[in-house]
Design a protein. Structure first.
Length: 470
């Protein structure tokens, strides 16, 4: 089967509709590949072999009967293990949640199933999703398919690794500070952090409810932007369980609609210093856009230092104190990574109500200020993080070298609620993927994907990791 293991969604659905291949065959090939690669990569938490086979047989029957097929009919997908799938364990990397099995699907899961997708299993994450490396006491560490000595990233590291390794066509991650974009960048795939509310986060742990619900989102991950868009179109739409969701109409862009658009190469002293290879990848993407008729020039964005401080206020002290109370009395069961996060996040003085309400107001005012700066520049380019994937165990929250310094390019988008995509552009001298981040105004998710697709087309076809032959 020529499109396996790295076929795209359009190829698979076309072959199924033309009856050249059966969903049963496609699922069995993926299950066999998972069986081979899981001991090396450890991307999966739960694999629903019988459920996937049952779904595949039903999908095959529907195709043979000639009934109307959904847009994802027969496509094998995976889900991050912090999103509810009825009957599957949903531990979010924690021993404290190992026995939690949801009774109903998250709305986005129900939408994927209704579109004909076949769900294979769910994927690994750091405990409570609070790290940029995927490792925990429950299911261990996930390795990068490009180099097993390196991290797949976090917190959607299992999802990125499964897709990059050809164990899944695509899937769903979540992102509160780069957790879709960073693993996508580390593993050489595409990922979209959508605008809050475009895809309902109902059924995600931790819950996004409350005064800072805009900080975390759920979003699609796949090997191509076209596949990311297809997943986005199925999952998007309002849901009563997500207070931020809204009936935003879907938009489409042709490349001819985009020519002449102004794109900024993001500059800010607040974001840290990316490696020379990472900066070269951004310039390569910029050059490809200039050659397609875009106006691309440096763009200095002010006050990102304050945006990053505000992001950490919510992601660190606010969320950290909520987690600390939820794990009280069970400290001996939480992972070293979560312990380190809690130590950093809750080391300061107790947060007052006045501080919290003031920070919420400051966030809205700062978001408006950044939008005013960008009013004539609808899209920005930047690195995803300062470097390619680090080695296992090298991620930390320590000042100077830790996540608050290396992941700043991604984090400010979660404070402001901007959409951002990671698209692979090149490889480092060590053979590790380097992605570029495409950033847009809130609710311009489709524009972000359209510009990402232009960069992707200039790069050429998707390059698989060397793991396929190991």
């Amino acid at each position: 089967m020529s499109f396996f293991p790295y076929g795209n969604l359009a190829e698979i659905t076309r072959e199924i509709r033309s009856k050249n291949v059966s969903p049963v065959e496609i699922v069995e090939l993926h299950l066999k590949r998972i069986e081979t690669l899981q001991p090396k990569v450890n991307a999966f938490v739960h694999l629903d072999v019988e459920g996937a086979r049952r779904q595949a047989r039903a999908a095959e029957s529907s195709a043979l009967r000639g009934v109307q097929l959904g847009p994802l009919h027969g496509v094998p997908l995976t889900i991050k293990s912090c999103i509810d799938v009825a009957g599957w364990p949903c531990p979010a990397g924690s021993l404290l949640r190992k026995d939690y099995v949801p009774r109903q699907d998250a709305p986005l899961v129900a939408r994927l199933k209704a579109a004909g997708a076949i769900l294979l299993g769910n994927t690994n994450a750091p405990e409570y999703l609070m790290a940029y490396e995927t490792n925990n006491l429950l299911t261990g560490k996930t390795s990068n398919p490009w180099n097993l000595a390196h991290s797949a990233g976090g917190s959607s590291g299992g999802e990125a690794a499964a897709i990059a390794a050809g164990c899944s066509v695509g899937g769903v991650g979540s992102d509160g500070g780069g957790s879709i974009r960073v693993p996508a960048h580390f593993c050489g795939i595409c990922g979209l952090k959508p605008t809050p509310g475009r895809i309902p986060a109902t059924g995600h742990f931790p819950s996004g409810a409350g005064a800072f619900s805009w900080i975390g989102v759920v979003g699609p991950m796949a090997r191509t932007i076209a596949d990311v868009r297809s997943l986005f179109e199925v999952m998007a739409g309002p849901d009563a369980g997500d207070a931020l969701s809204a009936p935003v109409p879907m938009r489409t862009y042709r490349e001819s609609d985009l020519r002449g658009m102004r794109i900024g190469i993001l500059e800010s002293d607040a974001l840290g210093v990316a490696t020379a290879e990472t900066r070269a990848a951004v310039e390569r993407a910029a050059k490809s856009l200039r050659e397609r008729g875009f106006t691309v020039e440096p763009f200095r964005l002010k006050r990102l230092d304050y945006a990053l401080d505000l992001w950490w206020f919510f992601f660190g002290p606010v969320i950290g104190n909520l987690i600390r109370h939820s794990v009280a009395g069970h400290e001996d069961q939480i992972s070293p990574m979560l312990c380190e996060y809690l130590a950093c996040a809750t080391s300061g003085d107790t947060i007052t109500l006045n501080q919290f309400t003031e920070a919420c107001a400051e966030r809205d005012l700062l978001r408006a200020e950044i939008l005013r700066q960008m009013q004539d520049t609808p899209v920005l380019l930047s690195p995803v993080s300062t470097s390619p994937a680090f080695r296992h165990g090298q991620g930390n929250y320590l000042p100077g070298t830790g996540y608050r310094d290396t992941m700043r390019f991604s984090q400010w988008l979660n404070l402001t609620g901007f959409p951002g995509a990671s698209v692979p552009v090149t490889l480092s001298n060590e053979g590790l993927p380097i992605g570029v981040q495409v950033i847009g105004h809130p609710f311009d998710d489709e524009l972000v994907m359209a510009v990402s697709e232009v960069i992707e087309a200039a790069r050429g076809g998707w390059q698989p990791p060397p793991l396929q032959s190991s």
